[in-house]
Design a protein around this ligand. Structure first.
Ligand code: SF4
Ligand code: SF4
Length: 240
């Protein structure tokens, strides 16, 4: 994103919409801190600038990565959907991605106001890779891992994004090892993060994952939400 200095009137309206505080007034003109900016396009899209001084620049690699993970209107070519993750964890009842005894896990790094560097993502993906978890192929982050060891490609490690979601599948028996990794790296991560777990209930209605989380020192906060329109029509039901 760029601000045309000759057009800017210094009204300050754009400063309040930037989720990471990257816009500042300098000598009466708005200026974007390029390192802090995550290319979310909020300042441009919200049309706060009456002077039309905010313009979108054509982004190149590696900076384009910021936009893909931070702009809700930007669709990633791998997932084909807007956003930083996939829809698989939210639609398991339909997709059956995670079967009995399996877990869908996510680690979401960054939030408005903080963001995250992709180097922080690697703190998790390298040890998780050693553990043998299955990273979600349709997740845009998985495409940014340079090898089979969970490393982020060197040229994008310093890119800053609003947030990024690591998604992977593992068996319930690996949960304690996974949470041990989370505990081991939490002090090194330069932003906030949350861990999400999706599990099927057993036939008797029990949820063994709850006890496993508590035993590992992660008291769960059960959550539910309805995503209208994210489901898929099972085969044979189309048109019914
Ligand atoms: S593109 Fe987003 S992060 Fe960058 S200056 Fe505009 S609102 Fe802030
Ligand atoms: S809203 Fe437009 S005119 Fe006002 S400070 Fe921002 S860039 Fe300048």
């Amino acid at each position: 994103m760029k601000i045309k200095q000759d057009a800017c009137t210094g009204c300050g309206r754009c400063l309040v919409v930037c989720p990471v505080g990257a816009i500042h007034l300098v000598d009466g003109k708005a200026t974007i801190d390029k390192d802090a900016c995550v290319e979310c396009s909020t300042c441009y899209r919200t049309a706060t600038c009456k002077a039309r001084a905010i313009v979108q620049e054509r982004l190149k690699w590696p900076r384009i990565v910021r936009n893909v993970f931070s702009d809700v209107a930007s669709s990633h070519k791998i997932t084909g959907v807007p956003g930083r993750g996939t829809e698989e964890m939210k639609t398991n009842d339909v997709t059956g991605r995670f079967g009995p005894g399996e877990l869908g896990l996510s680690i979401e790094l960054g939030r408005p106001g903080l963001g995250t560097r992709l180097a922080d993502v690697e703190l998790f993906t390298v040890p998780l890779s050693r553990l043998g978890v299955e990273f979600e192929k349709a997740n845009p982050l998985t495409a940014l891992l340079s090898d089979g060891d969970g490393h982020i490609k060197d040229d994008i490690k310093d890119e800053r994004v609003l947030s990024a979601i690591i998604e992977f599948k593992a068996s319930l028996t690996r949960l304690k090892d996974i949470l041990a990794i989370v505990k081991a790296v939490e002090g090194k991560v330069g932003t906030v993060f949350s861990v999400g777990v999706v599990a099927r209930a057993c036939a008797d209605g029990s949820l063994p994952v709850i006890d496993a989380l508590r035993e590992s020192g992660f008291p769960p906060r059960p959550n539910a939400k309805v995503n209208v329109g994210l489901g898929r029509v099972p085969r044979g039901c189309a048109g019914s």
